[in-house]
Ligand binder design. Structure first.
Ligand code: ADP
Ligand code: ZN
Length: 724
């Protein structure tokens, strides 16, 4: 066997590293080629991977590649990204490749088609009322599928199928998705003001340089960041290259797609988890062939096999939703910078409230900085007022203070809109027995059950467990004694309805509005002034533009500040700044009321003074003192399993061989704040390292020193954002 015939093939499977195959009659093959290979007794698609396999013993049983597929090869920069991300996150390479090829067959199969119906020869068909109805609809409106037609005619699908069989209807195969027209980069955007034009020129130059660069585009909400980065998008499109715009929430995609279409005269391609399978396949295929010029998507769009990526924009770059917390744990903002580096292209990070990480990179002159200091058109920033809840003495289980009631009354009387913000889904975060104090807890998690009145159930927000409210307390058997404690958005809506019986209310949370269409509808109702008070969780905080919203009430400004998250202050500051930014974006000035039990807290105090710079400087100094990111690095190791003693023992064993000194230290093990999750006990260890240290290498060395019992699982989270 000649060694030259041996190749690496990587399969998009969660447990795989590259396997060795013989090119055989499929050769010659080059890295990046998509191939079909036998694996076990199945056939799988794989990608020819870089590197030459070591010579194998003569008798090694090697299989031949079955065939080379007719598909665009995976570009080298993406192969490097896969290797890099796998090494950085300590995951198998195949698990990362799977994120690049979520529908591998889409690359090699013809584009999805659908069968649509037109009239055939109905002469020999016995007429019936139902059949007449179906035929009439087809006559007026050819091009429906069987399902659509049956629905339109209110008949069963069998009726339609029978007509097809009899020849009265004929099916044609047409492309399932008509690709949108290419965006027209020649169209003029809005006339930019001086500062916008300056920032746009810098971004344009970065996009045209066709070289790696990172620019942080910073500007208050409404400053025109989107208008500005569209100029860079136009520049990349003018060179014929593809552009990716990442958004933190799928909730934002619809608005973003609409706006893009207005600017460039043709829609962008969307990518997110709620897409139908056929559309996903068509989109992936168009991306790999360079036909999808602009993709607007959630974090998972970052790893797709773009044929010729020329620019990446990460909008709301500070947002924690960029962190994927399951499977391969990664931060899409950071990996976007890595991808841009490997591709040799520009990346734009946009935010009104940039992360300390990005600001620090600006300070170290690694990132360029483009700043839009004012709102476009001098729309003024909202006035922020703190309501000291210690002085308010609200009755128990009431959450809207007197000053907020007054402000709401004034706003509604003026024909304007208000928003109440509370980052808690459901009715109440805690339900307890009024007789014995017993709290209802999830059977699978160390978490309280959250009442959702709308669904008539209690839910666990961590594992999805649901149950009815029991009649009797499981502890003292008292009947009907359960009391809801604390507010969720549903309960807040109840209170608002009681206070403002004539106002039109709407609630928006991720469990009530969870598709781009539902969110789009809600936003339109807001725009048409069909809503007076919008009550929502963080889903309403981000990016949306409400021209008539002039009052924002934050029910519990302190909510995010507790707990062991080193970014708690930063995140609360970002979130509340974003929420506040919803008020008064158009011609109407806005105001914001923050209800707080701790008005002296640095975050609340800074917000009330609009003193972002002061807050950031203090927070930066504190991080530096504590050696926390961005000055130091963190990695979390979570040990979990169903046997508590075994988990604790494994965590202690890992701690005993932990690296110490040389800029490294390990905290823990300690039970995780969620020490029981989905039926598994969890212990956490936290590795702290100085900035220069190669953390993945240190982790690999550490992890290799112990072997875990088979029932115990280890999860590595580099640069953790969640500390649960
Ligand atoms: P950001 O992304 O910074 O929040 P946007 O780009 O969404 O800001 O701009 C806020 C609003 O102001 C949008 O409605 C946008 O169309 C408008 N706008 C921004 N710049 C201009 C401009 N130069 N001319 C006209 N309208 C503008
Ligand atoms: Zn649970």
């Amino acid at each position: 066997m000649t060694n030259a015939d041996l190749i690496h093939v990587l399969l998009p499977l969660p447990l795989a590293e590259p396997f060795t195959y013989r090119a055989g009659s499929a050769g010659p093959l080059a890295p990046g080629d998509i191939v079909e290979v036998p694996i076990g007794n199945r056939v799988s698609l794989g990608v020819v991977w870089d590197g030459t396999p070591a010579p194998l013993p003569e008798k090694a049983k090697l299989k031949d590649v079955l065939r080379r597929c007719d598909a665009p090869p995976i570009p080298q920069a993406l192969r490097k990204l896969v290797d890099w991300v796998a090494a950085y996150t300590l995951n198998p390479t195949g698990a990362v490749l799977k994120m690049c090829l979520p529908e591998p067959r889409a690359l090699i199969e013809p584009p999805p088609v659908r069968a649509v119906l037109r009239l055939g020869d109905a002469s020999g068909v016995k007429a019936s009322e139902q059949r007449e109805r179906v035929l009439k609809i087809v006559r007026d409106q050819p091009g429906l599928s069987v399902t659509e037609l049956a629905e339109a005619a209110a008949v069963s699908q069998a009726v339609v199928r029978k007509l097809l069989e009899l020849g009265a209807l004929v099916a044609d195969q047409v492309p399932a998705f008509r690709p949108p027209a290419a965006p027209d980069w020649r169209r003029d955007g809005r006339a930019l003001n001086t500062l916008q034009a300056e920032a746009a020129a810098a971004l344009r130059a970065a996009a045209e340089a066709q070289d790696f660069s990172v620019t942080l585009l910073e500007g208050v909400t409404g400053a025109g960041k989107t208008e500005v980065y569209y100029e860079a998008v136009a520049a990349a499109l003018a060179r014929g290259r593809q552009v990716l715009v990442l958004l933190p929430e799928i909730a934002l995609t619809q608005q973003s797609l609409d706006r893009f279409e207005q600017r460039f005269g043709a829609p962008a391609w969307a990518w997110h988890s709620e897409m139908a399978e056929g559309r996903r396949a068509a989109t992936l295929r168009a991306i790999s062939r360079g036909e999808a010029k602009v993709v607007i998507g959630a974090r998972s769009a970052l790893f797709l096999p773009y044929a010729d990526l020329g620019l990446i924009v990460v909008d709301e770059e500070h947002d924690a939703s960029y962190k994927q917390e399951e499977g391969v744990i990664y931060n899409a903002r950071d990996m976007a910078v890595v991808r841009a580096k490997l591709e040799g292209i520009a990346v734009v990070l946009a935010s009104a409230t940039p992360s300390l990480e990005s600001l620090h990179n600006v300070a170290r002159r690694r990132y360029a900085h483009a700043v839009l200091p004012e709102r476009h058109n001098a729309a003024s920033l909202p006035r922020i007022q703190i309501v000291d809840m210690r002085k308010e003495r609200l009755p128990t289980q009431r959450f809207i203070s007197a000053p907020l009631v007054t402000a709401l009354t004034e706003t509604i009387a003026a024909g304007e809109q208000a928003m109440l913000f509370l980052n808690r889904r459901g009715y109440a975060p805690l339900t307890l027995c009024g007789a014995c104090g017993h709290r209802l807890q999830c059977p699978n998690c160390a978490a309280w059950l959250v009442e959702h009145k709308r669904h008539g159930r209690l839910q666990c927000h961590h594992c999805g467990h649901q149950q009815r409210l029991p009649k009797n307390c499981p502890q003292c058997e008292a009947e009907d004694k359960f009391k809801a404690c604390g507010p969720g958005v549903e309960r807040l809506a109840e209170e608002a309805a009681m206070l403002f019986p004539d106002a039109r209310l709407a609630v928006m949370a991720s469990d009530t509005a969870n598709t781009p269409r539902m969110i789009g509808e809600m936003l339109e109702r807001m725009e048409r002034r069909e809503i007076d008070i919008l009550i929502g969780t963080q889903i309403v905080a981000k990016g949306h533009h409400f021209p008539l919203l002039t009052l924002v009430g934050v029910i519990d400004a302190d909510l995010g500040l507790a707990g062991g998250d080193p970014r708690a202050a930063e995140r609360t500051h970002q979130l509340l700044t974003q929420v506040a930014g919803r008020a008064g974006r158009a011609a109407h000035p806005g105001r914001v009321l923050l209800q707080s039990f701790d008005p002296q807290h640095p975050v609340i105090a800074a917000l009330s003074r609009h003193d972002t710079a002061g807050f950031l400087a203090a927070e930066m100094a504190e991080r530096q003192r504590a050696g926390m990111p961005p000055f130091g690095r963190l990695a979390a190791v979570i040990i979990s399993g169903t046997d508590q003693a075994e988990v604790e023992q494994a965590a202690r064993a890992l701690a005993r061989v932990a690296p110490r000194g040389g800029g490294l230290s390990v905290l823990g093990p300690a039970p995780a704040p969620l020490h029981y999750l989905r039926g598994r006990y969890r212990e956490r260890l936290l590795l702290k390292a100085e900035r220069e240290i190669d953390v993945p290498a240190a982790l690999r060395e550490w992890m290799a020193k112990t072997k875990l019992p088979s029932g115990v699982k280890r999860t590595v989270d580099i640069d953790p954002y969640s500390f649960l």
